[in-house]
Design a protein around this ligand. Structure first.
Ligand code: DNO
Length: 394
């Protein structure tokens, strides 16, 4: 008989981008986390993660009294997403990495299936009334970047003539340095994304998807999962797909993990319990039709990792990253739902605060956008307080 534990807590994590991250493992340990979520960021996408390299990183993390049980991300090569080129070799590599990770004690592997771009924002220093800075996605800025900076063929065809004229006028008013900043924000700034691509490289990467629609991409994801799930099952690895961020198509590329309906399809087409979700409240929460509390209730047993952050929508396809307790997501209900889930299933689920505001001493520092220490520490403290209070009163 399973003895029920009184309090099952989140397995508290913070993301660490490796030895080059200005936020150190010592900072993460001082924040009181149980572990650091990380990846071998220095390796090219698609390469095998060797047992030795994994062990070395793990030993480093252990030196600070932290554990490494969650990988974010083991990135999926574009050939696998398109099911072309060297995709079989890349799947074989992925399987080898999964085995090596499992043999080194990794329990959860996070990945995404977004073509070309991982996450997209149009401003990484959106000034809040209290002088801290947040990340912003503004559809209009995105359209300007798409039409006039990237000059994606096809972007113009998606617009009416009058709309184009209005956008052109807007674009002409932007000073040159701001145009540059917009380009690098949209295409080159965000951590965890593949690499800083040049305009021609971005265009070439997008063009490769010309003949792949959402259904095609979904089939490719299912085929990928069918190849890796048996190994994940055998090795005791939980797979956690990250939702699309933002949760709608960008640059004419298909997106297949934006809504509850998307989740349902992938979870039911590959029903193994190891085929699970990274429940990112920021990404799912930016879509007005997603009822996050309901999704958590419905798909709880398939949630292997929580990313907790809040967004505030203030226009169609426009949102900024709000304080943890203040955006559109009811964080009280989410944490309550997560606690219920952990008790019901008698398991502690890894959770990390996601992007934080840039604030206090971090304002002058060069930190990865969204990943300064102080803003995330604030969110973590709020989450811990919420969790503690809910657990004590249930
Ligand atoms: C952004 C992150 C993403 C995430 C990947 C997972 O802050 O949430 O980069 O790590 O999509 O594969």
């Amino acid at each position: 008989m399973v003895r029920k534990m009184k309090y099952i807590r989140f397995n508290q994590q913070m993301r660490w981008f490796g030895p080059l991250d200005p936020v150190s493992l010592s900072d993460i340990a001082q924040a009181g986390c149980h572990g650091a979520v990380t990846a071998l960021h220095e390796l090219p996408i698609g390469a095998v993660w060797s047992r030795e390299a994994i062990q070395e990183r793990k030993s480093l993390i252990h030196t600070f009294g932290l554990k490494w049980t969650v990988v974010e991300s083991l990135p999926v090569h574009e050939d696998i997403k398109m099911r072309c080129g060297e995709f079989q070799q890349y799947i074989a590599n992925y399987l080898e990495s999964l085995r090596n990770l499992a043999n080194s004690g990794i329990e959860v592997v996070t990945y995404n299936f977004m073509p070309v771009f991982d996450w997209v924002r149009t401003d990484i220093a959106y000034l809040l009334p209290n002088q801290s800075e947040a990340l912003l996605y503004d559809q209009e800025k995105y359209e300007l970047a798409d039409l006039f900076l990237l000059e994606r063929p096809g972007a113009r065809a998606e617009k009416e003539k009058v709309q184009l004229e209005r956008l052109q006028e807007q674009f002409d008013l932007i000073p040159e340095e701001e145009k540059q900043a917009l380009f690098s924000c949209v295409f080159q700034a965000l951590p965890g994304s593949s690499t800083a691509l040049r305009k021609d490289q971005v265009l070439a990467a997008i063009a490769q998807y010309e003949h792949i629609d959402a259904e095609g991409l979904r089939d490719n994801l299912v085929a990928f999962l069918e190849a890796i799930v048996p190994v994940a099952e055998e090795m005791g690895i939980q797979l956690a797909i990250h939702p699309d961020d933002p949760p709608f198509p960008v640059f004419g590329l298909p997106r297949i993990m934006s809504t509850e309906a998307d989740v349902r399809q992938i979870m039911s087409r590959v029903p193994s319990p190891v085929n699970g979700l990274c429940f990112c409240t920021g990404s799912f929460g930016a879509h007005p039709q997603n009822d996050l509390v309901k999704m958590l209730r419905k798909w709880g047993s398939r949630i292997h990792f929580f990313h907790l952050r809040n967004t505030k929508r203030d226009g169609p396809n426009r949102f900024w990253e709000a304080s943890l307790l203040e955006g559109d997501v009811d964080m009280y209900k989410i944490v309550k739902g997560a606690i219920e889930l952990m008790h019901q299933e008698q398991r502690s689920i890894p959770m990390r605060p996601d992007h934080g505001h840039k604030m206090l001493d971090d304002l002058g520092k060069d930190v990865y956008p969204g990943y300064g220490a102080i803003g995330r520490l604030k969110s973590l403290a709020e989450l811990r307080g919420l969790e503690f209070a809910i657990s004590r009163t249930r």
